[in-house]
Design a protein around this ligand. Structure first.
Ligand SMILES: [Zn+2]
Length: 212
């Protein structure tokens, strides 16, 4: 990695210097080790890391990973903390929240939409904040099941609503492009809390609004 590339990473991702990282010869030992590993990977796959198009690949790969995992540098729950006292007793639904995440088993992308519904007791959060919440948990090494649970749990903990319902629909590249190669498979996961657990009528309302 060139020193310009290293400085760019350091500036964009200051946390790189926060842990017990060792800076040596104008680079971090961890970053140098990573570059070596990516070059080895290229060799193992049967190509030449010195080839023109692959020379900067270790840098690009590291930068892409750091961007895709920015959620580790925040507590997504904090986005919900600015709340409003509004007397609204019905469903609040934020649907089709796009997200892009990385499967922790293969480091391959999975992406889709999250639909988040809750029935407030006293506290309501800003609509855009729910999008930021989803983003904060998606930008990590994830599995869809955990992502779904974390979103519901955060709403429960911070807003303490009557009930929360979260549905996530995603396509997993590890399933589409390799392995069993099912290109159009969509995985759906849900997490249901509070009043939604024993009110099928409220769940039906949520599902019908999502379909429309
Ligand atoms: Zn996977």
């Amino acid at each position: 990695m060139t020193s310009e590339q290293y400085l760019l990473l350091r500036e964009k991702f200051p946390h790189l210097l926060n842990h017990q990282s060792v800076e040596e010869n104008g680079s971090l030992v961890e970053i140098d080790n990573f570059s070596v590993a990516i070059k080895q990977l290229i060799i193992l796959c049967g190509d030449d890391p010195k080839r023109d198009g692959l020379q900067e690949t270790p840098f690009r790969v590291l930068k892409a990973f750091l961007e895709s995992t920015e959620g580790y540098r925040e507590d997504p729950k904090l986005h919900l903390e600015k709340t409003f006292d509004i007397q609204h007793k019905g469903l609040i639904l934020i649907k089709d929240i796009d997200f892009y995440s990385l499967c922790e088993h293969h480091f391959s992308p999975f992406f889709g939409v999250a639909h988040v519904g809750y029935i407030p007791k006293e506290k309501i959060t800003g609509l855009s904040k729910v999008g930021r919440l989803v983003e904060g948990y998606a930008k990590r090494f994830q599995v869809q099941e955990r992502l779904t649970t974390q979103i519901a749990q955060a709403i429960e903990e911070v807003l303490d609503p009557e009930g929360t319902i979260v549905l996530v629909e995603a396509k997993h590249m590890c399933m589409c492009s390799r392995g069993i190669k099912k290109a159009n498979t969509v995985t759906t996961t849900s997490s249901i809390r509070g009043i939604y657990e024993n009110r099928p009528d409220l769940r039906a309302e949520f599902y019908s609004l999502i379909k429309n």
